[in-house]
Write a protein that binds this ligand. Structure first.
Ligand code: SF4
Ligand code: SF4
Length: 341
């Protein structure tokens, strides 16, 4: 009988550092759930020299650091291959998150040795589901480029953002991901940032997924994908009874950099000017006053404070006033590893 792959929580690893670096905010697409917020993050495209300086600010060659290069669409940056190589020279483990268009002949200008992972975003197993969310012909373009990347020897991953628009189709991603030869599947939950946080969107779209639906669907699909040889990572979202709540702002080292120099420690805070750090004249400045760091130590029965502040409607309560679910830090992940790894 086959062994059953099962989900396990990936606790915050002591010494692990992650730098999420938005090198621009421009994008060729206009996804319905886009979380980029130019009013808060600026519209600049950072020059190669500036990117190099900022990479140096966060590099610690003696300590493993993951660098995730993001946009907007990062391949719109004409110097992305040089940025990737500069990051490797600083001993970052480098991932590029792309919407699949791979501008400026990106695949031909980097090698699989330059990149640890090339990560593609897709929100449906076919054009009928994906394209109403991400744009016309995006499914075809993205899957064609995933196949090219896999054939060229790049390690690839795929990000699927779950919402009420596509959760019923998540199970159909399993055969697609296996067929494409993608090694890792990241299942994300739609957040209330960027477009989904605007009042117009909230009135016309009920994109959030109920806890029962998430818990019934996501772990089961992840286990099936693992049986097909795919490593699956997804957010914990709801802590199990008795499970310890930890805030990544205190217990982990994550930095989210934007082209206007804002540096956040918590992604839920990104729509608000409460960033913990600011890059000024290529120096990292710790900000005083009311910043996100004031919220991290607060202990509330609901779990994550920022979730309680930003998405209060998502928490249901028992008649005695206690919350039905304890919301984990959005950076706490679960994983299901493939049986054969
Ligand atoms: S590809 Fe990313 S940055 Fe571009 S519109 Fe979609 S979600 Fe936003
Ligand atoms: S999501 Fe919540 S728990 Fe996680 S870093 Fe932000 S405030 Fe802390």
């Amino acid at each position: 009988m086959d062994a059953m792959p099962t989900a396990r929580t990936v606790g915050f690893q002591p010494g692990e550092r992650n730098v999420f670096f938005h090198i621009l905010t421009a994008c060729n697409l206009a996804c319905r759930h886009c979380y980029i917020n130019p009013a808060q993050h600026g519209t600049a495209t950072l020059s190669l020299d500036t990117v190099r300086s900022w990479l140096a600010l966060f590099s610690r060659p003696e300590q493993a650091t993951n660098l995730i290069l993001l946009g907007g669409e990062p391949t719109l940056h004409p110097d992305l291959p040089a940025i990737v190589r500069a990051a490797k020279a600083l001993r970052y483990a480098v991932t590029v998150d792309t919407n699949g268009f791979l501008f400026h002949d990106f695949l031909d200008r980097v090698t699989p040795r330059d990149l640890d992972y090339l990560s593609f975003s897709l929100d449906g197993p076919d054009a009928a589901v994906n394209d109403p969310i991400r744009g016309e012909n995006v499914f075809a373009r993205c899957t064609t480029n995933i196949r090219r990347a896999v054939a060229a020897g790049f390690a690839t991953s795929l990000i699927y953002t779950v919402s009420s628009l596509n959760i019923d189709h998540l199970h159909r991603m399993v055969p697609l991901v296996a067929d494409l030869g993608v090694r890792r599947l990241f299942i994300q939950v739609i957040g209330l940032r960027g477009n989904p946080a605007t009042s117009a969107c909230q009135q016309t779209n009920d994109w959030q997924v109920a806890p029962e639906q998430w818990l019934a669907v996501v772990p089961r699909v992840a286990e099936e994908a693992a049986r097909q040889g795919v490593h699956v990572i997804f957010p914990k979202v709801y802590l199990d009874p008795g499970e310890l709540f930890l805030c990544a702002g205190i217990f982990a080292e994550n930095y989210f950099l934007f082209p206007n120099g804002r540096v956040y420690r918590c992604p839920l805070c990104e729509d608000h000017p409460i960033h913990a750090f600011q890059i000024e004249d290529n120096r990292l400045v710790h900000r005083d006053g009311l910043t996100e760091e004031r919220f991290f130590p607060l202990q509330i029965p609901e779990g994550c404070v920022m979730n309680r502040l930003l998405q209060p409607g998502n928490i249901d309560y028992h008649t005695d006033g206690t919350p039905m679910h304890h919301i984990s830090c959005c950076m706490l992940k679960q994983e299901v590893r493939p049986i054969h790894s």
